[in-house]
Design a protein around this ligand. Structure first.
Ligand code: GRF
Length: 204
């Protein structure tokens, strides 16, 4: 399966996919990496792995709809089977979601439906939860509201600050992402209402 991965930052989740994709048994390859900004480590990781990159800056587009259209075209040019948002810090638009219908997944550093948005680890600490984690979900028009594909729990420790908790979550998040994206690629995904399972519609 062909993966296009979108990033905005350090790209450690991307790196985990790049580390997995050389094994043919994995069943998925990162064929391109896109970003909404220049100069980030995620783009450097792709370049070092010999994977083509592209950048679509919101500020370069006349408006959000035009950015949505050019991001969609840039991703579509690489003919992805799955689009993986891995620390991509922008909401994708309606053209993007229609074009890659049910084939866009995002990883979030909290156990959905708890703590959507930009501050999952900080919100988990503020609520005093003893367990948080990471969630892979099928992207829809909401903020971290899509159908859940995979989750992993991570303990919150007494002396955690936001950075320590987020780092512990990211270790588990990377393993979950690699495992779940491999399964998506090999087995497919069936979404029924709010529920998703690996497999194909015929396998009932
Ligand atoms: C991840 O925890 C992701 O879920 C969140 O930002 C982090 C990105 O990390 N949205 P990286 O760029 O993959 O290192």
């Amino acid at each position: 399966a062909r993966l296009v991965v979108l990033v905005s930052g350090s790209g450690t989740n991307l790196q985990a996919l790049l580390d997995a994709h050389d094994d043919p048994a994995y069943g998925a390859r990162v064929v391109a990496v896109g970003a909404d900004r220049d100069g980030i480590e995620g783009l450097g990781r792709a370049e070092r792995a010999g994977v083509p990159t592209f950048v679509e800056r919101l500020g370069d587009a006349p408006d959000r709809a035009a950015w949505d259209a050019s991001l969609t075209a840039a991703v579509a040019a690489h003919r992805p089977d799955w689009v993986v948002l891995a620390g991509f810090m922008k909401l994708v638009g309606p053209t993007f979601l229609t074009t890659f219908d049910q084939r866009v997944v995002n990883t979030h550093p909290a156990l959905s439906p708890a703590f959507p948005g930009m501050h999952g680890p900080a919100d988990a600490l503020a609520h005093g939860v003893k367990v948080s984690g990471a969630t892979l979900f099928v992207v829809d028009a909401g903020v971290d509201t899509g159908v859940i594909v995979a989750q992993v729990p991570v303990p919150v420790l007494e002396d955690d600050d936001v950075a320590a908790l987020h780092e512990r979550i990211k270790v588990a998040e990377r393993r979950m992402l690699v495992d779940a994206v491999g399964r998506l690629a090999r087995d497919g995904l069936v979404v029924e209402g709010r529920t998703a399972r690996f497999g194909r519609t015929a396998d009932v």
